[in-house]
Design a protein around this ligand. Structure first.
Ligand code: MLT
Length: 269
């Protein structure tokens, strides 16, 4: 089922499906809720999936000069309220969705009971990365989205996915091309200004699952394993043969890691 929730002047588009504990799936950049389609097919029998398009992406409106990660977290909190979801959710975010996840934990703690961080970073951008983000924002505003797939796909997917899974390459490329430049530019500026959350990690007081693709070129396994090491109750799962887009590249393995995360710990004897 698809819903449109009006929050102030903005319309938020969200897919809701399945039955079970609520699991909020928050997409990466520059994508929309469809990046979760294959994983959602596998998890809908176990969870109530809440799969929004973030501000300025997919069919959600809300264009601003800058979409701060903290603003996106506020949006999600208001969206849950608009959907009358009162129980605490598991927040699962990939990459930019993970940046929003840190903010959701920090500022909306009572709405969250578990955290799944996929292929994301805790550190802020370097000056060089910020510069590239601002240049990319200018480029998409001036020229549209057409140059992004060629630039980004080699960093987002493992070489073996690109070679053997043309349908994943196609789905990812089409998803990028249909995003609107204003929303993309606003998110680029928001990501450029996001804080270094490394000092927060030791205080994260929830069960956490950190998932990383074996060949993730953007948030590599060493960096993500270090994030998991710094969070008191974190498990780390590496997904073989995948790059940055683990749920699109190996949805079955990601679904299995998520199910295991929810299994009750074995009783000590
Ligand atoms: C994403 O997948 O959301 C992006 O890689 C995030 C980023 O550009 O830092």
């Amino acid at each position: 089922m698809f819903k449109t929730v009006t929050l102030g002047e903005d319309e938020f588009h969200v897919e809701i499906r399945g039955e079970g504990p609520p699991l909020l799936l928050v997409h990466g950049f520059p994508l929309d809720h469809h990046m979760w389609d294959d994983l959602a097919n596998l998890l809908a029998s176990d969870f109530r999936l809440i799969i929004p398009d973030l501000r300025g992406f997919g069919q959600t409106t809300g264009f601003r000069e800058e979409s701060a990660m903290s603003q996106m977290a506020v949006d999600l909190e208001r969206l849950l309220e608009g959907l009358e979801i009162r129980e605490a959710v598991t927040f699962c975010g990939l990459s930019m969705g993970g940046y929003v996840g840190w903010q959701f934990w920090k500022n909306h703690r009572s709405h969250i009971e578990r955290l799944i961080l996929m292929d994301t970073k805790a550190v802020a951008d370097s000056d060089e990365q910020k510069k590239v983000r601002h240049e990319t924002a200018q480029m998409v505003l001036a020229e549209g989205m057409h140059a992004l797939p060629e630039k980004m796909i080699p960093k987002l997917l493992a070489e073996q996915t690109i070679a053997a899974r043309p349908e994943v390459v196609k789905a990812l490329s089409e998803m990028m091309l249909r995003q609107r430049p204003q929303g993309v530019a606003a998110a680029l500026r928001g990501m450029a200004h996001r804080p270094d959350v490394t000092p927060w990690l030791a205080d994260i007081d929830l069960p956490v699952l950190v998932i990383c693709g074996e060949h993730d070129a953007i948030s590599p396994p060493e960096e993500m394993a270090e994030i998991a090491n710094n969070i008191p109750a974190a498990n780390y799962a590496e997904i073989p043969g995948t790059g940055h887009m683990t749920p699109m590249e190996a949805p079955d393995l990601v679904a299995q890691a998520i199910r295991e995360f929810f299994e009750p710990a074995e009783e000590e004897v």
